[in-house]
Design a protein around this ligand. Sequence first.
Ligand SMILES: [Zn+2]
Length: 574
Amino acid sequence: MARHLITSAIPYINGIKHLGNLVGSQLPADLFARYMRGRGHEVLFLCSTDEHGTPAELAAAKAGKPVADYCTEMHAVQAEIARGFGLSFDYFGRSSSPQNHRLTQHFAETLYRNGLIEEVTERQVYSNADGRFLPDRYIEGTCPNCGYEKARGDQCENCTKQLDPTDLIDPRSAISGSTDLEVRETKHLYLRQSQMRQTLEDWIDSKTDWPILTTSIAKKWLNDGDGLRDRGITRDLDWGIPVRHEDGSDWPGMEGKVFYVWFDAPIEYIACAAEWAEANGLDDAAWQRWWRTDKGADDVRYTQFMGKDNVPFHTLSFPATLMGSGEPWKLVDYIKSFNYLNYDGGQFSTSQGRGVFMDQALDILPADYWRWWLLSHAPEGSDAEFTWENFQMNVNKDLADVLGNFVSRVTKFCRSKFGEAVPEGGAQGPEEAALIDTLATRIRSYERHMEAMDIRKSATELRAIWVAGNEYLQEAAPWATFKQDPDRAAMQIRLALNLIRLYAVLSAPFIPGASSRMLSSMKATDAGWPDNVEDALRALPAGHAFEVPDVLFAKITDDARAGWQERFAGKRED
Ligand SMILES: [Zn+2]
């Protein structure tokens, strides 16, 4: 038994994510976690909400709520949707947790002592009326490029030109509208990533099994232009983790400042384990055995899942924090990164409400429909595209015609000819031996793909396993056999009923809802992995009672498809 620490990139707190976000981190991470648990390994699967930073403050202001309340509410909303999708986190934490406050302050202090954090004096815009420094996007004014009057200090929304706050004509505070602004000197902390460049490059070079997508992005950031830059880790904001010494005392010059969200968000991976321990009444040793190599994490295999835009933080910034601390923290062993999922000829757009968002998806269809399509089309080698036609076709074919139909035909036929119990009689022949052979080969190949996190290949293999059962049933034709040789038909159906249990076990990582319905209709108590296929197909003995389940997967009609296509084309309805 191995130990697997698995984390998904943590979603930002301000709003509900779309299906492209889901398939870019949380969903494949869940697939892997479920598979590893199914194989009997010890798994700690963690995710959290990323709650700090300007966008959270702005979203809260727009909602007319204190930012802490807003984050608490949105965390609950995201947690509920995650449950709806069957995301089997051992804990869904919050980057605003006390555990993350402590750990973030600890890392800053340790890095500072190790000479990897320096204090830099900068000139920044201060608002006298608001009594605070203003981050770039809290400053508005007229764009010097196009004359747009509500350009932000970091960028003009109208002409997309990147700006400095000092470029703006008639600058004013976005908080109060005050024009009483001045440029003042202020101190910030910088993480000296440039000092860690060689260490990071050697580490990345040692990861010869990582996907090209992951290493190529890391290398680009290490070597392009001036190479890896030092980065500010503090901001003049109210909402965030205060910059203080670890013992709680003031850090001179840092009063009123918080850590920049990019610094504290990845540390939440560790803090989340501490939150998990606390929530389960466990001590510090319980989470440290996953995270500290001096406290038991030596035999942990740590896998991270994320979209390609998050790769730089996970290959460079976060490892720089961990390695720079000089403490024995567990480093990631494998980073699975994803390209983007596009939506029907364009991109998903949160601002325009273009595409399907996670809450809407669950309103119209059960999670398994989405899980199956998204995972079997995961954007691994290149960007992928969601179209309603393709979604309809795959759901109807794979889930309804192949898997659902198999379960329905077998159970209904058995009920009508033999009753609702596994029938006895008959002996297997060469056709059954051939099927078992095929299944054994395909299951071993499915395991290899799942272990390598080749998600599309895994889905293809699983589908082929379902198809093999259908082909067997078609050729064996128990409904015809029954007339001449009822014993033989009984043997065929006994095997087919056992296949339903086997399919439930193998399919659980992809479609956990349908899998558990299949297991419960088979009244199966053993959901163990089929290490030996022949044995697995004898798990339900003659006389074992079952129930005919309701339709597992309903087909998507052309009308429904056309309606959704129109509904999600743009401009989100609330
Ligand atoms: Zn402009």
